[in-house]
Design a protein around this ligand. Structure first.
Ligand code: AMP
Ligand code: MG
Length: 331
């Protein structure tokens, strides 16, 4: 299969045609690129799992371009769920609701719930509208690889496995959506993202962040290895630890790189020479750049040392991904 990259100007008709014919299409969103199919077509949805090599018991998010579609896809939508929808959609949030009969088991992985998201990216919205059906999609990477934040990342990973990638530039948010389960007594965050627990608590009164034992795989990364670069990665507790690990790695003949915020690099740079990727100045910039930096790092280097960004606001969402990528290894 040949994989084409087309823009919204020259590729929208083709994208909609592919979806209508039960095929898959990669499309940009503000979080990461998605690998989409008609959410009502079980056969088409199976192609997503094939293209990704993803286990069938990991559910997909259903993407819409009109709030009104929620009442077709979900039932028993509570007032608090409507508040979250009103406040944060379109945007980087997925709400888990009780699913309607229209959602095939292939999408929900046999659960009685469905994850719904309304992306803010204009290309995503134009694509979903042109298809005329909700689009089920996970991130457009092969299973266990890093999520893509550019069309080129997708091409590198999935060429030959998908017919079309819609070009949408770099994703502005840069990590996957916050997932909040609105079917539990107290709304529960299943995956942290750009919408923080504080932001949700302001709307809901209280939310639970996920902790405790895993019974079924409800959020990504709990049961499966996720977001892992091709080379080893560690989190450094301090600049001193990062620098010591960098030297140790160099001495062992490796080709290491340090991923950090600008202020951290400035402090390290005063006396030392080393390879680094500057993730920016704010936590939002770090969030936007983290996956892209991991992509670059795994291509150019063979050992990644990453700053611990702490737990203020979206930094804790970034650390959720970084901790998975590093397999919890710290120095
Ligand atoms: P991805 O972002 O690529 O991991 O794909 C979507 C993710 O959304 C899945 O890994 C699921 O964990 C999560 N998800 C989708 N639907 C549901 C659901 N009904 N309940 C819990 N999590 C869900
Ligand atoms: Mg994913």
């Amino acid at each position: 299969m040949q994989t084409e990259i087309l823009t919204i100007e020259n590729g929208l008709d083709k994208a909609a045609e592919l979806i209508k014919n039960g095929d898959v299409v990669v499309f940009p969103t503000e979080t990461v690129y998605g690998l989409g199919a008609n959410a009502f077509d079980a056969q088409a949805v199976r192609k997503i799992f094939q293209a990704k090599g993803r286990p069938m018991d990991n559910p997909l998010i259903v993407h819409i371009a009109d709030i009104k579609d929620i009442d077709k896809l979900a039932v028993d939508v509570s007032d608090s769920a409507r508040k979250v929808i009103q406040k944060f959609m379109p945007g980087a949030i997925t709400v888990i609701l009780k699913k309607s009969e229209l959602i095939p088991n292939e999408v929900s992985a046999g659960l009685s719930t469905v994850g719904i998201r309304f992306p803010s990216h204009p290309v995503a919205q134009a694509f979903i509208k042109a298809c005329g059906v909700p689009i089920a999609a996970p991130s457009a990477n092969t299973s266990t690889k890093i999520s893509p934040t550019t069309a080129e990342h997708v091409y590198e990973d999935m060429q030959g496995r998908v017919p079309l990638i819609l070009q949408g530039g770099s994703c502005q948010v840069g990590i996957e959506s916050t997932i909040v389960d609105m079917t539990t007594d107290i709304p529960t965050i299943l995956r942290p993202g750009a919408i923080t627990p504080n932001m949700l608590a302001k709307v809901l009164g209280e939310v639970k962040t996920f902790s405790g034992k895993i019974v079924v795989a409800k959020a990504p990364g709990m049961k499966y290895k996720h977001y892992a670069p091709d080379c080893d990665m560690v989190v450094a507790e301090s600049e001193e630890h990062a620098w010591a690990k960098y030297q140790e790695s160099k001495n062992a003949g490796q080709n290491p790189v340090i991923l950090a915020r600008k202020d951290y690099l400035d402090r390290l740079n005063q006396n030392n020479q080393f390879e680094y990727i500057n993730l920016g100045e704010s936590n939002e910039e770090v969030m936007r750049n983290i996956y892209s930096a991991m992509h670059t790092a795994q291509d150019k280097y063979n050992f990644i040392i990453c700053q611990d960004f702490g737990d203020e606001g979206v930094a804790s969402s970034v650390m959720n991904r970084v901790n998975k990528a590093s397999g919890g290894k710290r120095v």
